[in-house]
Design a protein around this ligand. Structure first.
Ligand SMILES: [Zn+2]
Length: 388
C-alpha cells in the first residue's frame, strides 16, 4: 500500500512522503478546478488565470492535508506513540504509527487532533473568504478551500475505523469497557455498516450517471478492508498474550556453513528432520545469514557443486533478528513488516533458535481457542447462576 512513496520533506522531525497515486489526484483536482469549478465561480477570465487559481488552491489543499496529519503526529509524540511518517496517497493523508496506542485517552487525543486542525483551517479560510474586500479570483479560491476542508472534516469524522471518527468511537468504547478487543470488534461492526452504506450510495450514484459515486464506493471498500485488517491485528495480539519468542521458537536449530557448496549441504541435511530454512554460520561460528531450502530449487542441480551457501543465502541485513525475551507479537509484526517467514533468535550474539511464521500462527490458533473457551465457560457459569 505504501510502496513507491517518495519522501518530500521533514517537518518537526516527521518524514512526509507522497505516494505516486497522489500525483494522479493532484492532476485530477487541478483539472476539475481550473476547467469547471473556477470558471463557474469567477467567470470572464483567461485560461491561464484559472490554471493559476487551480495550482494555488491545490497547493493549499495539499498543505491542509499535511497539517491535518501533522496534528495527529505531534499529538502522538506527546502521548509517547512513535510515528513512522506521514504519507499522502489516494484517499488523503495517513499518519503511520509504529507503536500501538497506550490507552483509550491517548487514542482519543491522537484521533481528534487532526480533525481539530482541519476545523481551524476550514474556519480560517471561510472567514478570509467572507472578509475579502472584492469578489473574484482570490475569494473563489478561499471559498473552495473552506468548503474542501469542511468536507474533509465531515468525511474524517464518519464513525468507521480507520477514519478518525472510527478511532474516536473505538477509544470511547475502549474507555467504557476497558477491553480493546471488544471495543475494536464493536467499532468495526459500526464501521462496516457505514462502509457498506458508502459503497451502496456510491453504486446507486453511478447507476444514475454520477461517476463521482465510483469514488465513494472505492473509499467505502478501502474502509472495509482496512477495518478488517485492524480487527485481525487486535485479535492476533490478544491471542498471543504475553507469549515470548523463547516459548515458541525451535531451539538449537541445525545450521549450515557459508563456505560449503549446495551439493555438500543437501547431502549433509539428508535424513535430518526437514526445516524450510537454516541459519548460516561462518568459520568463526557467527551467524551470517539464513538459507531457505527454496533457494535450492532455483539453482539447476548441475550447478549445486559450484554454488556456495554463502552466495545463495539471505544476507544478514535482510534477516529478521530477535532475542528470546522479545514478545511474540513484536516478532510477528517484524516478520510481517519485512515479509519474512522466519526470524533468527540470538542471545548475546549466539544463535539459540529459529522462529517461523507457522510457530506463531499455531500459537495464535491455540490462544484464540483458549479465549473462546474462557468466554464459553463464563457464559455457562453465568446462565448456571441465573438458574439457581
Ligand atoms: Zn486524520
Amino acid at each position: 500500500m505504501f510502496a513507491s512513496t517518495i519522501t518530500i520533506a521533514r517537518v518537526a522531525g516527521v518524514e512526509i512522503g507522497i505516494n505516486w497515486t497522489w500525483i494522479g489526484i493532484f492532476v485530477l483536482i487541478l483539472w476539475s478546478l481550473a476547467g469547471v469549478e473556477f470558471p463557474a465561480a469567477a467567470p470572464g477570465r483567461p485560461g491561464w488565470a484559472y490554471a493559476a487559481m487551480g495550482v494555488a488552491a491545490t497547493a493549499c489543499f495539499f498543505t491542509s492535508l499535511v497539517l491535518h496529519e501533522l496534528g495527529h503526529a505531534l499529538q502522538a509524540r506527546r502521548d509517547g506513540v512513535q510515528i513512522e511518517g506521514i504519507t499522502l496517497w489516494l484517499f488523503g493523508g495517513v499518519a503511520k504509527f509504529a507503536g500501538r496506542f497506550p490507552s483509550a485517552g491517548a487514542e482519543f487525543r491522537i484521533a481528534i487532533a487532526g480533525p481539530l486542525v482541519t476545523l481551524v483551517l476550514g474556519m480560517c479560510f471561510g472567514a478570509a473568504a467572507a472578509l475579502w474586500p472584492r469578489s473574484g479570483a482570490v475569494q473563489a479560491v478561499l471559498a473552495w478551500l473552506a468548503y474542501i476542508n469542511l468536507a474533509l472534516l465531515a468525511f474524517n469524522l464518519l464513525p468507521a475505523i480507520p477514519l478518525d471518527g472510527g478511532r474516536v468511537l473505538r477509544s470511547a468504547l475502549w474507555a467504557r469497557s476497558g477491553n480493546l478487543a471488544s471495543a475494536t470488534h464493536r467499532a468495526t461492526l459500526v464501521g462496516g455498516v457505514v462502509a457498506a452504506l458508502m459503497i451502496g450510495a456510491g453504486l446507486v450514484t453511478v447507476l444514475y450517471g454520477g461517476l463521482g459515486g465510483l469514488w465513494l464506493a472505492l473509499i467505502g471498500w478501502f474502509v472495509l478492508e482496512a477495518a478488517g485488517a485492524e480487527e485481525r491485528d487486535v485479535v492476533i495480539h490478544d491471542a498471543l498474550g504475553g507469549a515470548t519468542v523463547a516459548s515458541l521458537m525451535t531451539v538449537n536449530p541445525v545450521t549450515v556453513a557459508a563456505d560449503e557448496s549446495l551439493d555438500e549441504m543437501a547431502a549433509r541435511l539428508r535424513g535430518t528432520p526437514g526445516h524450510t530454512a537454516y541459519p548460516v554460520v561462518n568459520a568463526a561460528s557467527e551467524v551470517v545469514g539464513l538459507m531457505p531450502l527454496q533457494a535450492l530449487a532455483e539453482v539447476p542441480h548441475a550447478e549445486w557443486i559450484t554454488n556456495t551457501v554463502g552466495a545463495r543465502m539471505i544476507p544478514a541485513d535482510d534477516v529478521v533478528w530477535v532475542s528470546p525475551p522479545t514478545p511474540a507479537r513484536d516478532a510477528l509484526d517484524l516478520m510481517l513488516e519485512r515479509e519474512s517467514g522466519r526470524a533468527v533468535v540470538l542471545e548475546g550474539g549466539r544463535l539459540v533458535g529459529i522462529l517461523s511464521l507457522t510457530d506463531v500462527t499455531r500459537a495464535v490458533a491455540r490462544g484464540r481457542d483458549a479465549i473462546q473457551l474462557r468466554t464459553h465457560r463464563r457464559v455457562h457459569s453465568a446462565s448456571a447462576a441465573e438458574r439457581e
